[in-house]
Design a protein around this ligand. Sequence first.
Ligand code: NAG
Ligand code: NAG
Ligand code: NAG
Ligand code: NAG
Length: 764
Amino acid sequence: ITRDVSLLSPVCECNGMSRQCVFDWHLLRETGNGFRCVGCQGNTEGARCERCKPGFFRQRGGDCCLPCHCHPRGSLSPQCDSEGRCSCKPGVMGKRCDQCQPGFESLSEVGCRRSGRLLSPRCECDPAGSTQGCVSGHCVCKASTTGERCERCKQNFYNLDARNPAGCSPCFCYGHSAVCVSADNHSIYNITSTFQQGAEGWRGVHASGSPAHFQWSPRHQDAFIAARRSEPIYFVAPAKFLGNQQLSYGQTLSFDYRLDRGGRQPSPHDVVLEGDGLRVTAPFLAQGKVLPCGVSQTYTFRLDEHPSSKWSPRLNHFEYRRLLGNLTALWIRATFGEYSTGYIDNVTLVSAQPMAGVPAPWVEHCECPVGYQGQFCERCAPGYRRDVPGTGPFSVCVLCNCQGGGICDPDTGECYSGDENVGNSFSCPFGFYRDPRQPHDCRACPCSNGQGCTVVPGGEEVICDHCPPGAAGANCEYCADGYFGDPAAARPCQPCQCNGNVEPNAVGNCDRLTGECLKCIYNTAGFYCDRCKDGFFGNPLAPDPADKCRACACNSAGSEPLKCASDGSCICKPGFEGPNCEESECPACYDQVKAQVDLYLQQLAELELLFSDVQAGGGAESQELEGRMQLAEEMLRTILGEALSLQASDRSLESRVARMKGQGSSSQSLLDEIKATVGRLRSLGSQYEGQVRETRKLLERARLDLDHSGAALRWVTIPVSKLPGGSNQFLMLAQEALRLANSHAQAASSVDQGARAAEEDARR
Ligand SMILES: *[C@@H]1O[C@H](CO)[C@@H](O)[C@H](O)[C@H]1NC(C)=O
Ligand SMILES: *[C@@H]1O[C@H](CO)[C@@H](O)[C@H](O)[C@H]1NC(C)=O
Ligand SMILES: *[C@@H]1O[C@H](CO)[C@@H](O)[C@H](O)[C@H]1NC(C)=O
Ligand SMILES: *[C@@H]1O[C@H](CO)[C@@H](O)[C@H](O)[C@H]1NC(C)=O
């Protein structure tokens, strides 16, 4: 019935892959050209034979398409790229995804599994909080993380960070509290020396401590030290890298270093940190490696006590914090032996500053106990002093113990009374008042919940009238809107900590007692609005709302509802794949069959219309009739193919059911029921297949009839009497086939759901 129309019509254009077209109304409506190529050669397809069939590729347009040969189990899809490379499942490699990567074994439906370990494909471990992903269906958490997916910090830890080998950092708070969260008012700030303008205060010193000649190169804008003798010489950092560097804890010190000539053998003392009587050192490179000669490299050191950070001796967390809290020396080795020269550039100490900007979540915000104050509990609260005077923020705060309840100098413990420093301008700190009888004394307010007070002018009466910041109520017993805590239980009110993800002026932003953020915006959610809400992904802590949380772009049918990974990648349901889970793995998936059937149904309806038009005495061109029958036949062929592969999927369902049974599920009757359905489905499938065969035969006959009657009538209207006798019967049969196909699709859907439910049951 197809005919060579290339001569008749210039619009049968098949990219050189066919010379035959049929006419298609839909195509005409959609594209303005109704000629659809048939019999595309060279493994092409499409209305113009314009693309490769699925599973084929070509390097240049116009070439024939070659088969991808993607391994059915090792590949994510049968499709390869224009080089013929297939996309492999985890652990799989090779152009055709037919081999396991080194360290992996047993190529199966889920890819290759790590040698010697059972990997479950369904674990979704937080990469920041877990180590080796998923073992036997459970995420293996780093030392300081917890949660089913290792997505949270353990209690008394904060700041989940992928770069942290322990996952989270322990709360520090100068040892006065173990409760903290990431602060929200610090931003990243780098302390750097780039030697653009000069030496920037750097010096040189011999290991023995005597000064060494330090040089700056205006031309190369770097610094260097040349040795004549073998004694190591060090670059000595200027003051901006020293002092209290707590805000660099867990962050990195890095620099570009180059060695010309010399021994090239790193020592354990190439980088030296000193502070608070402690000293740690680290080698440039791990033992056994040598420094590259004449090549500048970036060396990076993490500032924490974790074993992988390579500092020796090994300090504990507190010692390391003490060292960072009063850094007195930072030395970087310059020379390695006689006549060696070391060059340094781009020294960077990652730190934070108390300003808006890119957030620095490694800075903590502590919840301080009574007697302490400050973001890090670094101060004594009014009325308290250091237990041991002059020992700084690490030492314990105790009550002042002044005569008459006055307050004292928090550091020295000296009571403020009758002191010459404390003149008339002196006013008492919050929570204290000036006793009219002893004007140089501050006394604690006789009020509950840390409330402030004033003395009635001219009298001696004291009234409680000032709530601490954030507190409210007659006795300051609860927290004001925008704050949380429980002053009555000695938990001072703090501002809501919602990571900037609430309307600043809204009411009820957080729970007044617990601090739980209640009005997260920018598509965030979570206790601190610190994650994206379901169906969204991104960095909820990004400063720009546009960078925060975006909607997951996942195919709703093929992906887990309202979920995608933190990088936006979709989590596909079983049987679906592709970046958006839009492709079903098996061509047999029932909704594809259904779509096909719907399309066919529509075609058939139009064909029916055409026939009835003709029967009612109207006219139809035989060419058109032919074209449409041709189309109908193609559709039937497709459906037949679907039916066959559907049966294949029935078989896989059956094996799934068998597997579940092997797992000893209790829902025996459910399994039996499913099995029976599968059986019914299969017989339905073969019945259906028979019907389709029947239909095709009929169609063949109809076509012959048509050819006989219309041989001389091409392009002319066929009279009603000349209509092929079988056409009505053909329609009926085709409709029957469709009905079957439909119920087949529905049965497939229900059996699939049933199997999934049973599988769920079995797992439980
Ligand atoms: C700070 O330094 C680190 C490490 O060198 C770098 O990755 C980061 O981009 C720098 N950040 C800023 C704000 O300069
Ligand atoms: C830091 O250490 C130096 C030297 O040990 C000492 O003089 C100084 O008081 C310390 N500073 C602080 C804030 O502890
Ligand atoms: C220091 O950093 C600058 C800017 O990134 C770069 O151009 C330069 O090469 C670096 N210096 C060295 C020695 O790598
Ligand atoms: C940061 O916030 C905390 C409380 O939210 C406050 O104690 C601290 O002073 C703030 N720091 C700065 C620099 O604003």
